[in-house]
Design a protein around this ligand. Structure first.
Ligand code: TPP
Ligand code: SF4
Ligand code: MG
Length: 249
Protein backbone atom coordinates (compact mmCIF):
# COMPACT_ATOMS: atom_id res chain seq x y z
CA UNK A 1 0.00 0.00 0.00
CA UNK A 2 1.30 3.42 -0.89
CA UNK A 3 1.90 5.57 2.18
CA UNK A 4 0.57 9.13 1.98
CA UNK A 5 2.61 11.81 3.73
CA UNK A 6 0.58 14.13 5.96
CA UNK A 7 -0.16 17.32 4.09
CA UNK A 8 1.12 19.48 6.94
CA UNK A 9 4.69 18.22 6.38
CA UNK A 10 6.21 19.23 3.06
CA UNK A 11 7.86 16.47 1.06
CA UNK A 12 11.34 17.86 0.54
CA UNK A 13 14.25 15.46 1.15
CA UNK A 14 15.23 15.74 4.80
CA UNK A 15 18.71 16.71 5.98
CA UNK A 16 18.97 14.56 9.11
CA UNK A 17 21.51 11.77 9.57
CA UNK A 18 20.44 8.26 8.60
CA UNK A 19 18.40 6.74 11.40
CA UNK A 20 17.54 10.03 13.07
CA UNK A 21 14.00 10.05 14.47
CA UNK A 22 13.18 13.71 13.85
CA UNK A 23 11.23 12.54 10.78
CA UNK A 24 9.15 10.06 12.78
CA UNK A 25 8.09 12.81 15.19
CA UNK A 26 7.34 15.12 12.27
CA UNK A 27 5.10 12.51 10.71
CA UNK A 28 3.18 12.08 13.98
CA UNK A 29 2.67 15.85 14.30
CA UNK A 30 1.51 16.00 10.66
CA UNK A 31 -0.91 13.10 11.07
CA UNK A 32 -2.39 14.64 14.22
CA UNK A 33 -2.83 18.04 12.57
CA UNK A 34 -4.62 16.39 9.66
CA UNK A 35 -6.84 14.36 11.99
CA UNK A 36 -7.75 17.38 14.15
CA UNK A 37 -7.95 19.74 11.17
CA UNK A 38 -5.76 22.22 13.06
CA UNK A 39 -2.74 22.73 10.77
CA UNK A 40 -3.69 26.38 10.23
CA UNK A 41 -3.50 26.97 14.01
CA UNK A 42 -0.07 25.38 14.54
CA UNK A 43 2.97 27.52 15.40
CA UNK A 44 6.10 25.59 16.37
CA UNK A 45 9.06 27.34 17.97
CA UNK A 46 12.02 25.05 17.44
CA UNK A 47 15.36 25.18 19.21
CA UNK A 48 18.59 26.01 17.37
CA UNK A 49 19.84 22.41 17.79
CA UNK A 50 19.28 19.51 15.35
CA UNK A 51 15.53 20.19 15.31
CA UNK A 52 16.14 23.58 13.68
CA UNK A 53 16.72 21.78 10.39
CA UNK A 54 12.98 21.07 10.41
CA UNK A 55 12.16 24.60 9.30
CA UNK A 56 13.40 23.67 5.82
CA UNK A 57 10.50 21.28 5.29
CA UNK A 58 7.77 22.03 7.83
CA UNK A 59 4.92 23.72 5.98
CA UNK A 60 3.23 25.34 8.99
CA UNK A 61 4.28 28.50 10.85
CA UNK A 62 7.68 28.25 12.55
CA UNK A 63 10.07 30.29 14.66
CA UNK A 64 13.65 29.33 15.57
CA UNK A 65 14.13 30.26 19.21
CA UNK A 66 17.45 30.89 20.95
CA UNK A 67 18.96 27.74 22.49
CA UNK A 68 16.94 26.78 25.56
CA UNK A 69 14.53 29.69 25.11
CA UNK A 70 11.90 28.05 22.94
CA UNK A 71 9.39 27.81 25.80
CA UNK A 72 9.23 31.53 26.66
CA UNK A 73 9.04 32.23 22.93
CA UNK A 74 6.15 29.79 22.56
CA UNK A 75 4.46 31.37 25.60
CA UNK A 76 4.82 34.80 23.99
CA UNK A 77 3.28 33.50 20.78
CA UNK A 78 0.33 32.13 22.76
CA UNK A 79 -0.18 35.40 24.67
CA UNK A 80 -0.75 37.30 21.42
CA UNK A 81 -2.41 34.49 19.44
CA UNK A 82 -4.69 32.76 21.96
CA UNK A 83 -6.38 30.77 19.21
CA UNK A 84 -3.17 29.11 17.98
CA UNK A 85 -1.59 25.81 18.99
CA UNK A 86 1.78 26.92 20.34
CA UNK A 87 4.51 24.29 20.63
CA UNK A 88 8.10 24.49 21.89
CA UNK A 89 10.08 21.77 20.05
CA UNK A 90 13.48 21.00 21.52
CA UNK A 91 16.08 18.52 22.65
CA UNK A 92 17.01 17.30 26.11
CA UNK A 93 19.87 19.80 26.33
CA UNK A 94 17.58 22.72 25.56
CA UNK A 95 14.83 21.54 27.92
CA UNK A 96 16.83 20.23 30.85
CA UNK A 97 20.25 21.94 30.67
CA UNK A 98 20.44 25.49 29.35
CA UNK A 99 16.66 25.88 29.35
CA UNK A 100 15.93 24.21 32.69
CA UNK A 101 14.81 27.48 34.28
CA UNK A 102 12.52 28.19 31.33
CA UNK A 103 11.03 24.68 31.52
CA UNK A 104 10.40 24.94 35.27
CA UNK A 105 8.82 28.39 35.01
CA UNK A 106 6.53 27.34 32.15
CA UNK A 107 5.36 24.50 34.41
CA UNK A 108 5.06 26.70 37.52
CA UNK A 109 2.97 29.24 35.54
CA UNK A 110 1.03 26.37 33.93
CA UNK A 111 1.47 28.14 30.59
CA UNK A 112 -1.08 27.13 27.97
CA UNK A 113 1.58 25.73 25.64
CA UNK A 114 3.06 22.35 24.81
CA UNK A 115 6.67 21.22 25.01
CA UNK A 116 7.87 18.37 22.82
CA UNK A 117 11.27 17.20 24.11
CA UNK A 118 13.24 14.83 21.87
CA UNK A 119 15.48 13.14 24.44
CA UNK A 120 18.49 11.54 22.72
CA UNK A 121 20.62 11.67 25.87
CA UNK A 122 23.29 13.99 24.35
CA UNK A 123 23.95 17.44 22.99
CA UNK A 124 23.78 16.13 19.42
CA UNK A 125 24.13 19.27 17.33
CA UNK A 126 27.40 20.31 18.98
CA UNK A 127 29.10 16.92 18.78
CA UNK A 128 27.75 14.59 21.43
CA UNK A 129 28.59 16.13 24.80
CA UNK A 130 27.03 14.99 28.09
CA UNK A 131 23.55 16.35 28.75
CA UNK A 132 21.30 16.13 31.80
CA UNK A 133 19.84 12.85 30.53
CA UNK A 134 23.07 11.08 29.51
CA UNK A 135 23.02 7.62 31.10
CA UNK A 136 25.55 6.60 33.72
CA UNK A 137 28.45 4.91 31.95
CA UNK A 138 27.52 6.40 28.56
CA UNK A 139 30.61 7.62 26.73
CA UNK A 140 30.34 11.13 25.34
CA UNK A 141 32.80 13.62 23.90
CA UNK A 142 32.90 15.44 27.26
CA UNK A 143 32.96 12.24 29.37
CA UNK A 144 35.15 9.98 27.27
CA UNK A 145 35.36 7.39 30.05
CA UNK A 146 31.58 7.41 30.50
CA UNK A 147 29.32 9.51 32.73
CA UNK A 148 30.13 8.96 36.39
CA UNK A 149 27.68 9.66 39.17
CA UNK A 150 30.20 11.15 41.59
CA UNK A 151 31.76 13.43 39.01
CA UNK A 152 28.96 14.21 36.54
CA UNK A 153 25.74 13.61 38.47
CA UNK A 154 22.92 11.25 37.58
CA UNK A 155 20.38 11.37 34.71
CA UNK A 156 17.59 13.93 35.14
CA UNK A 157 14.01 12.60 35.32
CA UNK A 158 11.39 15.19 34.46
CA UNK A 159 8.62 13.09 36.05
CA UNK A 160 10.42 13.29 39.40
CA UNK A 161 11.10 17.02 39.11
CA UNK A 162 7.48 17.74 38.15
CA UNK A 163 5.97 15.40 40.74
CA UNK A 164 3.05 17.21 42.37
CA UNK A 165 3.15 20.10 39.90
CA UNK A 166 -0.23 21.44 38.85
CA UNK A 167 0.23 21.14 35.09
CA UNK A 168 -2.14 19.66 32.53
CA UNK A 169 -0.09 16.76 31.19
CA UNK A 170 3.24 14.97 31.37
CA UNK A 171 4.11 11.83 29.38
CA UNK A 172 7.10 10.02 27.97
CA UNK A 173 7.01 8.01 24.75
CA UNK A 174 9.56 6.36 22.51
CA UNK A 175 10.10 5.68 18.81
CA UNK A 176 11.97 2.36 19.11
CA UNK A 177 9.09 0.20 17.85
CA UNK A 178 5.80 0.55 16.00
CA UNK A 179 3.69 -0.03 19.16
CA UNK A 180 5.66 2.65 21.02
CA UNK A 181 5.36 5.07 18.09
CA UNK A 182 1.58 4.56 18.17
CA UNK A 183 1.48 5.22 21.92
CA UNK A 184 3.63 8.32 21.46
CA UNK A 185 1.18 9.59 18.88
CA UNK A 186 -1.58 9.15 21.45
CA UNK A 187 0.35 11.22 24.02
CA UNK A 188 1.00 13.98 21.50
CA UNK A 189 -2.61 14.03 20.33
CA UNK A 190 -3.90 14.23 23.89
CA UNK A 191 -1.58 17.16 24.61
CA UNK A 192 -2.78 18.99 21.47
CA UNK A 193 -6.39 18.39 22.49
CA UNK A 194 -5.67 19.75 25.97
CA UNK A 195 -4.30 22.94 24.44
CA UNK A 196 -7.41 23.23 22.30
CA UNK A 197 -9.33 23.10 25.62
CA UNK A 198 -6.93 25.64 27.25
CA UNK A 199 -6.09 23.23 30.07
CA UNK A 200 -2.52 24.41 30.67
CA UNK A 201 1.06 23.22 30.33
CA UNK A 202 1.75 19.90 28.60
CA UNK A 203 5.15 18.24 28.16
CA UNK A 204 5.69 15.14 26.05
CA UNK A 205 9.20 13.72 26.17
CA UNK A 206 10.12 11.30 23.39
CA UNK A 207 13.09 8.93 23.64
CA UNK A 208 14.90 9.23 20.32
CA UNK A 209 18.11 7.76 18.88
CA UNK A 210 21.19 9.64 17.74
CA UNK A 211 23.15 7.07 15.72
CA UNK A 212 25.78 9.66 14.82
CA UNK A 213 26.75 10.63 18.35
CA UNK A 214 26.06 7.21 19.87
CA UNK A 215 28.48 5.75 17.28
CA UNK A 216 25.95 3.04 16.44
CA UNK A 217 23.98 1.87 13.43
CA UNK A 218 20.36 3.03 13.22
CA UNK A 219 19.16 -0.50 14.08
CA UNK A 220 21.48 -0.83 17.09
CA UNK A 221 20.41 2.64 18.26
CA UNK A 222 16.78 1.50 18.42
CA UNK A 223 17.86 -1.63 20.31
CA UNK A 224 19.80 0.56 22.74
CA UNK A 225 16.65 2.56 23.49
CA UNK A 226 14.79 -0.68 24.22
CA UNK A 227 17.54 -2.36 26.26
CA UNK A 228 19.30 0.55 28.02
CA UNK A 229 17.35 3.80 27.83
CA UNK A 230 13.77 2.70 28.61
CA UNK A 231 14.84 0.83 31.78
CA UNK A 232 16.20 4.16 33.07
CA UNK A 233 13.48 6.42 31.63
CA UNK A 234 10.12 4.63 32.04
CA UNK A 235 7.40 5.27 29.47
CA UNK A 236 3.83 6.33 30.10
CA UNK A 237 1.66 9.15 31.41
CA UNK A 238 2.74 10.73 34.70
CA UNK A 239 0.38 13.71 35.05
CA UNK A 240 -3.05 13.99 33.43
CA UNK A 241 -5.19 16.72 34.94
CA UNK A 242 -7.99 16.49 32.42
CA UNK A 243 -10.77 19.02 32.59
CA UNK A 244 -9.24 21.09 35.39
CA UNK A 245 -9.08 24.31 33.40
CA UNK A 246 -10.05 27.29 35.56
CA UNK A 247 -10.42 29.47 32.50
CA UNK A 248 -7.32 31.53 33.28
CA UNK A 249 -5.74 30.49 30.00
C1 TPP B 1 23.10 30.19 24.21
C2 TPP B 1 23.70 29.04 23.46
N1 TPP B 1 24.46 28.15 24.13
C3 TPP B 1 24.97 27.08 23.47
C4 TPP B 1 24.76 26.93 22.16
C5 TPP B 1 25.37 25.76 21.43
N2 TPP B 1 24.45 24.69 21.24
C6 TPP B 1 23.68 24.60 20.13
S1 TPP B 1 22.78 23.20 20.07
C7 TPP B 1 23.41 22.70 21.56
C8 TPP B 1 23.04 21.38 22.17
C9 TPP B 1 21.73 20.89 21.78
O1 TPP B 1 21.39 19.68 22.45
P1 TPP B 1 19.89 19.29 22.54
O2 TPP B 1 19.10 20.41 23.03
O3 TPP B 1 19.83 18.03 23.33
O4 TPP B 1 19.44 19.03 21.03
P2 TPP B 1 19.95 17.93 19.98
O5 TPP B 1 20.97 18.58 19.14
O6 TPP B 1 20.47 16.78 20.79
O7 TPP B 1 18.73 17.58 19.21
C10 TPP B 1 24.29 23.61 22.07
C11 TPP B 1 25.03 23.44 23.37
C12 TPP B 1 23.98 27.89 21.47
N3 TPP B 1 23.70 27.79 20.19
N4 TPP B 1 23.47 28.94 22.15
S1 SF4 C 1 23.28 14.35 15.05
FE1 SF4 C 1 21.79 12.88 15.94
S2 SF4 C 1 19.95 14.09 16.48
FE2 SF4 C 1 21.21 15.31 15.06
S3 SF4 C 1 20.40 14.89 12.99
FE3 SF4 C 1 22.09 13.45 13.35
S4 SF4 C 1 21.13 11.57 14.24
FE4 SF4 C 1 19.64 13.28 14.40
MG1 MG D 1 19.82 16.03 22.67
Amino acid sequence: MKCKAPETVARLPHTFCSGCAQGIVNRLIGEIMDELGTAEKLVITTDVACGAMNVDFWSFDTIVGAHGRTLPTATGVKKVRKDCLSVAHMGDGAAYNIGMAETMHAAIRNDDVMAIVLNNCVFAMTGGQTSATTLLGQRTTSAVDGRQKGRDGSPFHVEKAFSGMDIAYLARGSVNSVPEIRKTKGYLKKAFEKQLNHEGFCLVEILTPCPTNWNMSPVDSMKRIRDEVIPIFPLGEFIDNGGDSDGKN
